[in-house]
Design a protein around this ligand. Structure first.
Ligand code: CUA
Length: 363
């Protein structure tokens, strides 16, 4: 008896815990397409609302007829005769062909209209180039600096609030398009998904109606670290955005302090693996490496490595010590950060310290 009650309590507890977990999902979900925060997320949401209501009506009618039929024509103990045998009913068959066809044709009207509306280039849109890499996002703002300088950043896109932004997207990798894979750019609160394809340009409009950070992620399986390829959009007020552009157009800061200066030397020394992949050339992107994220203003960002690690001394040190232990990569395929240091070597540890000091100075 006691164990019975215990088991019942246990089940009750488990049910309540699961219910709490399920309800928690109804809260403020950071990546919900059902919480549109701009016109290009609102339009597909409006369309979905229409289709959903129609789907509910169809569901209720069809299920209602099934339940009605099951009860009305059920077997009764006092009646063992066979039901009426029928074969085909032309009127019914025409009805259940024509009605769905009309419903689908009706839904097609707002659907096609929404597709064209989302595809059109909005008036007064700012252009940002999006480049999908394995496994991080690069964002370029050609000529957007106060004196027409090029701006480039990674993982965290910065946009002005309340203004349409036209994304021109492609996928790239060192070694050409053959080495690149398809990604999909998706910030659920700002727009639907759009594939990012090597060798061609796809477009997507986004707009944030209020300031803040919008989270998203790569939505097309792209290999080992697909799940470690987050996308971020920060919407700033117009003043803040102009200040951001001006800061990003500045050349890289000169390091202060002996350790950071040594780090800079290591970064740029002859044959250095750092500068072979990472450029510090904000302002003019016509030259310089484009393999890894641009580091000119690294510390103006909050996260690195596909926006999965917070940018701080501990994480940067761990990253330089052994990157593929933090994020699955295949540097032997030419993708991802190579393991450059033997951490058991005291000299290597000192070099890592110096490089991290330099990276931390890149505001
Ligand atoms: Cu990039 Cu999945």
């Amino acid at each position: 008896m006691r164990s019975d009650r215990l088991a019942r309590r246990w089940w009750l507890g488990l049910t309540m815990a699961l219910a709490a977990l399920a309800l928690a999902a109804c809260g403020d979900e950071p990546q919900s397409a059902m919480d549109p925060q701009g016109p290009f997320a609102q339009k597909p949401d409006d369309l979905w609302q229409i289709v959903f209501v129609i789907a509910i009506v169809v569901f209720v009618i069809v299920q209602g007829l099934i339940v009605f039929t099951v009860f009305k024509f059920r077997e009764r103990p006092d009646d063992t005769s066979l039901p009426v045998q029928t074969h085909g009913n032309t009127r019914l068959e025409i009805m259940w062909t024509v009605i769905p066809a009309l419903i689908l044709a009706g839904i097609a009207v707002p659907t096609v209209r929404t597709i064209f509306e989302l595809d059109a280039e909005p008036d007064g849109a700012m252009t940002v180039q999006v480049i999908g890499h394995r496994w991080w996002w690069e964002y370029r703002y050609p000529g957007a600096g106060p004196d027409g300088q090029d701006i480039v950043t990674a993982n965290e896109m910065v946009i002005p609030v309340g203004q349409p932004v036209r994304l021109e997207m492609t996928a790239q990798e060192a070694g050409g398009p053959d080495n690149a894979v398809i990604h999909s750019f998706w910030i659920p609160k700002l727009a639907g998904k759009q594939d990012v394809v090597p060798g061609r340009i796809t477009t997507l409009n986004i707009q944030a109606d209020s300031e803040g950070r919008y989270l998203g992620q790569c939505a097309e399986y792209c290999g080992l670290s697909h799940a470690n390829m987050r996308a971020r959009v920060d919407a700033l007020s117009d003043d803040q955005f102009q200040r951001w552009l001006a800061d990003q157009a500045e050349p890289a800061a000169e390091p202060e302090g002996e350790l950071a200066r040594q780090g800079k030397e290591l970064f740029f020394r002859e044959g250095s693996s750092c500068v072979g992949c990472h450029a510090l050339n904000a302002g003019d992107l016509s030259s310089g490496a484009q393999v890894g994220p641009n580091l000119t203003h690294l510390m103006s960002r909050q996260e690195f490595a596909g926006a999965i690690f917070e940018l701080n001394e501990d994480n940067l040190t761990a990253w330089l010590e052994n990157p593929s232990s933090m994020k699955p990569m295949r540097p032997d395929f030419g993708v991802g950060m190579p393991d450059l240091f033997d951490e058991s070597d005291p000299e290597a540890r000192r070099e890592i310290q110096a490089l991290v000091a330099y990276l931390l100075s890149l505001l």
